[in-house]
Design a protein around this ligand. Sequence first.
Ligand code: BGC
Length: 510
Amino acid sequence: MGAGTGITAVLLVLLAIVAPSARGLDRADFPPGFLFGAATSAYQVEGAYQEDGKGLNNWDVFTHTHPGNIRDGRNGDVADNHYHRYMEDVEIMHKLGVNSYRFSISWARILPSGRVGGVNPAGIDFYNRLIAALLQKGIEPFVTLHHFDLPQELETRYGSWLGAGIREEFDYYADVCFQAFGDRVKLWTTFNEPNMFIKQAYMLGRYPPNHCSPPFGNCNSGNSQREPYVAAHNILMSHAAAVKNYNKNYKVKQGGSIGIIISMKFYEPLTNTTEDILAAQRAQSFEIHWFLDPIFFGEYPKEMREMLASNLPEFTQAEKSLLQNKVDLIGINHYTAIYAKDCVSSPCNLKTYEGNALVFATGERDGVQIGKSTALLGFYDVPEGMEQILKYVTQRYGNTPIYITENGYSQHSSNNMEAMLNDIDRVNYLRGYLSSISSALRRGANVRGYFVWSLIDNFEWLFGFTVRFGLYHVDLATQKRTPKMSAEWYRDFLTGSELVDKVQDLRADS
Ligand code: BGC
C-alpha cells in the first residue's frame, strides 16, 4: 500500500466513524437547476497586486502600512496567485463538479483610479478570460461587484463610503462591468456584506479606513455613532443606482438578475426573558433589516430609528423613488448562530459588533456552547441556524429567490499536512448546513443556490493566512493546491457518492 493510499484509507475509516450518516443527504433533495458552487473574492485570492495596470486598492495600502494589524503580517500581494493560476482553479472546480463559481471583480483592476482615470483594458481582459474558461466547463459565473476592496484613490478622495460622490463612482463602475461582461454573466450582486464591513470599518475601526470613536475604540478619526450609518446610506444608494441602471438598460437585453449579499448570523435569545427576546430581535434588526428594509420597504427599521435618532439618515423623496428598483435575489452569507443578551436592563461590554444595538453576543449559555467552536472566534457549528435564518428572511421579505452565497468552516493553519487535509469537522459542518437547507426547501424557502466559502485557502482579512476556509489546501510557498477530505466529500455529493460508497464498502468489509 502506497503512502497516499494509506492516508486515503485512514480518511475513509475516519469518515465512516465520524460521519456515519453521509448517505442521509442527497443531491436529489435539491431542485433541478439548483446552483452548487464555491466562492472566493478578488483581494483574497488574486494577488498580482501591481500587474497589468491594476491600481492600488484600500486593502493593498492598509496591509502595507499596518502589517501589525494582520495576524501574521501578510497581505494579498500574491495571495493564491489566482490571477495567473485561474485556469488551474477552473479545472479544480470542474473536478469538484460545481455548476457555478462566485467571485468578485477587483474595482482597481478595472478602474485603477476610479472614473477619472478610465478603464484598464488588461483588467477587462482578465475577467473575460476567466468567464470564458468557466463557461467552457459549464460553470455559471456569479459575480459580486464590491467585496471590501476599492481603488485607494477613492478611499482617499471620499473616505471610501463617507462622501456622497462615491455613489456616482460605483454606478459608473457597475455600468462598465454590466457592459463588458453582462452578455455572459447572468447573476450579479452589488455588494458583499455591507452590514458587516461597514461596522468593521467605521464603528470598530478594524478595516480600512479605520475610523472609530469611544466607546468602540480610539482611532485617529471617526465617529462610531454616526459614520457607519452615513456610509451605509451611501452604499444603499449606490446599490439602488446600479440596480436601476441594470433594470433599465441591461436586464431585458442580457436576461440576468441582480441583488445584494447580507451577512446574517442567527441570534437566539440567551434566556427566555422578554429583555433577551427583544435583544435578539434588535440584533437581527441591526444586522438584516438595516439594509433589507430600505431595499424592500423603502425605510430604515423602526428599532434603529428609535435608538439612533438623527444619527440615522433620512431618505429624501428622490432616494425613496430610487429604492423602488427591486432586487431579483437576496444573497445570504451565513456561518453561525449566537446567543443575544440584553444590555439595556443590565450593563455589558459594548465595544463589540452588536454593541450599537445594545446587545452582547455570546456563544455560551450556562457554560454550554451553542455549537462546536471553529477556528474563528464567535463562529460555531449550529446547522439549525441556517433553517431558522431562511425561515426568517422568507417571512419578512417574501418569496424573493435566495442564494446562500457563503457558508463554510474555518480551521487553524498548521504545518501538519495530514491534519490540514483530514478536515472531517468541515465535512460534518457542510453536511449539517446542507441538510438544514434541504429541510428549509421542503418547508417552502425559495433557495436557488449554495456556495461553499471557500474554494481554496485564502487571505482571511485581519487573520491573514492563519485561518483557512478552503476545500483545497494551498501551500503558500509553492502555490500547490491539494484537495482536503471536504473537497472529496463535496465532489462525491455533487457527482454521485464515490467516497460515500467507499465508506460503505469499508464498513461492510470490517
Ligand atoms: C466574507 C469573506 C470572509 C468570510 C470568512 C465573510 O465575512 O465575505 O470574505 O473570508 O466571511 O470570514
